[in-house]
Design a protein around this ligand. Structure first.
Ligand SMILES: Nc1nc2c(ncn2[C@@H]2O[C@H](COP(=O)(O)OP(=O)(O)O)[C@@H](O)[C@H]2O)c(=O)[nH]1
Ligand SMILES: [Mg+2]
Length: 225
C-alpha cells in the first residue's frame, strides 16, 4: 500500500515537473519572487494574502507538494510570486525528487522572501538550515527579505500580559535590530493570520521588485512609476 502510494506520488510529481518546465517557458520577462523558508512557517498563508488566491494552507508537513506561481500586481508593477515546499533539516531521501520543482523555482527567482516562524523555539536554527540549503543551491546571494511571521503568537508566548504597549514596542524594535545584525539582512515583523503589518510588507516587497526592474530594464522604469 505504502509502496503504491509512493509510486503514484512519483508519477504525479514527474507530471508536475513537466508542467512546470512548460509553464516556466511562458512566463516572459517578469521579475520573480519566491517565498522560501522552513516548513509550517506561514508561506502558503502569506501567498494567499498577497495574491488573494486560495493555495492550500494547513498545519502539516508538505501541504504544498508542487510549487504554485501567481501573478501579483503591486501599484502598477507586476511580478510573479511563487509558493514553495518548506525546507527541512533532513530531507527524506525518497522525497528529494518532489523538491525538484521547488529547488528550480528558488534557483530561477530574482528575489527571496525568507519567511520565519518567530514563535517557534528553534527559529534561529531553522533560518540557518534554510540559509545552508540556499547556499547549496547557489541562491544565497539574491536580494532577500527576512519576513518574521506569527508575531501575534510570539507576543502571546513571550510577553507578559501586563507589559504595556509602549514597552512591547520597544522590546520588539530591539529584537528586530538584533536580528538584522545577526542575519545580515533586512527584515520585517508580520502576522499573516491577523493581517498585521501587511501593507508595510507590500510596500517593502514593491520597493525591492522595483529595484530589480530598474537593474534589468534601465530604460523602461517609467512604466512602473
Ligand atoms: N498564529 C499564527 N499562525 C499562523 C500565522 N501564519 C500562518 N499561521 C499558521 O501556521 C500554519 C502553517 O501555515 P502555512 O501557510 O501552511 O505554512 P507553510 O508550510 O510555510 O506554507 C497554519 O496553521 C497557519 O494558519 C500567523 O501569522 N500567526
Ligand atoms: Mg505551504
Amino acid at each position: 500500500m505504502y509502496e503504491i502510494k509512493i509510486i503514484l506520488l512519483k508519477e504525479r510529481l514527474a507530471k508536475i515537473d513537466q508542467q512546470n518546465i512548460t509553464q516556466r517557458k511562458h512566463r516572459g520577462e517578469l521579475i520573480r519572487v519566491a517565498l522560501v523558508g522552513y516548513t509550517n512557517v506561514g508561506k502558503s498563508t502569506l501567498m494567499n494574502l498577497l495574491s488573494k488566491s486560495d493555495v492550500f494552507a494547513e498545519n502539516k508537513l508538505f501541504a504544498t507538494l508542487d510549487t504554485t506561481v501567481r501573478k501579483v500586481v503591486l501599484g502598477s508593477m507586476p511580478f510573479l510570486l511563487s509558493d514553495t515546499v518548506g525546507f527541512i533539516r533532513k530531507l527524506p531521501h525518497h522525497l528529494v525528487e518532489s523538491f525538484k520543482s521547488t529547488l528550480d523555482e528558488v534557483r530561477e527567482s530574482d528575489i527571496l522572501l525568507h519567511v520565519v516562524d518567530i514563535a517557534h523555539p528553534a527559529y534561529e536554527d531553522q533560518i540557518h538550515t534554510v540559509n545552508n540549503t540556499l547556499k547549496d543551491l547557489n541562491a544565497n546571494n539574491k536580494p532577500t527579505l527576512l519576513v518574521f511571521n506569527k508575531i501575534d503568537l510570539y507576543r502571546d508566548r513571550n510577553f507578559d500580559q501586563y507589559v504595556d504597549p509602549e514597552t512591547r514596542k520597544e522590546l520588539q524594535e530591539e529584537l528586530q535590530e538584533n536580528l538584522r545584525h545577526e542575519f545580515q539582512a533586512d527584515n520585517i515583523f508580520i502576522s499573516a493570520v491577523q493581517q498585521e503589518n501587511i501593507d508595510a510588507l507590500r510596500e517593502k516587497v514593491g520597493q525591492i521588485v522595483k529595484e530589480q526592474y530598474i537593474i534589468r530594464y534601465p530604460y523602461k522604469t517609467k512604466e512602473w512609476g
